[in-house]
Design a protein around this ligand. Sequence first.
Ligand code: TXA
Ligand code: MG
Length: 341
Amino acid sequence: MQTHIVKINPKKINHKKINLAAEIIKSGKLVAFPTETVYGLGANALDKNAVKKIYKAKGRPSDNPLIIHINDKKDLAKLTLNISKDAQKLIDKFWPGPLTLIFKKTTLVPKETTAGIDTVAIRMPQNSIALALIKASGFPIAAPSANLFSKPSPTSAKHVSDDLNGKIEMIIDGGNSQIGLESTVVDTTEKFPIILRPGGITKEELKKIIPNITLHPAVENKKIKINKLKSPGLKYKHYAPKAKIIFIEKKGKIIPKIKKILQENTDQKIAIILTNSKCNFPNQYVKFIGNDPKIIARNLFKLFRKMDDIKMDLIIIEGIDAKNLGLAIINRIKRATYKVI
Ligand code: TXA
Ligand code: MG
């Protein structure tokens, strides 16, 4: 299959091109498109055969449900059985935006989209191309991140094409993703909302609207039984570059720790990613990425992919504070990590 790559300027939407992409979605096929978080691999969420193609193209296990993207809050009514008061508050405050909410689903949503469970994940993205595509398709669009299973999420059309060229009909190139990490996933079906995945909307922002909101223990990497996992995606080791990562938490002196790792791994090709410390290690690949969480988030997955391109064996990453976007950044690094010290 030939994959067509179509450039669209998010600030000046070309509706002819959007309509071409929408025709592909309507015919039950796949289009990768930009969102403000990461690129998504879209299909008609209400067509089970179209949705199956997503799992096939990504090599995604069929027990990991997809997020449905809508362009109009009114569409929620036909997809969900109940919208709690808290859910409504979150919708009013954060949609369109990088927040995915879990609801009880209606029978309109095929079980293939939700991997057989009776809840459904929904978000209204902010990206103008994503919104225009959903509108022109006339269907809600199911879209996981547009990467191969276990690869870092794509934050540019090139990343998508590196993973999925020849496997999907079209990639819309709308430039680099603004946020660079996936949406925050919040379960609204329990008494109090629970954060299942930290992401583009921070816990601090959510707490201002819902003081009782909690973090699911799996987010903090607490060991829990797989069957107690609320979000099937949490059990998979995601976002992994091929190199092993050693994550050095932000406590105590870091330089001696790095030196020790270097001594213990003399046969490895090592990258050292620094956030706070400015230090040189002669003969090593050293990259200083700064400590602004917004900038780290925007560049993290690109960095992971680059480490694969330059065939690093080991990546040492200096920790940052686990607050605001830092929580999501640390979560993604830890889920790709070999060792936390
Ligand atoms: O920012 C994003 O959320 C991107 C863009 C494309 O929108 N999408 C994305 O999708 O990250 P994906 O499939 O890579 O991650 C979806 C996460 C998975 O961890 C999945 O397990 C969880 O959401 N999820 C989906 N439906 C769920 C449900 N009904 N209950 C609990 N978790 C669910
Ligand atoms: Mg993903």
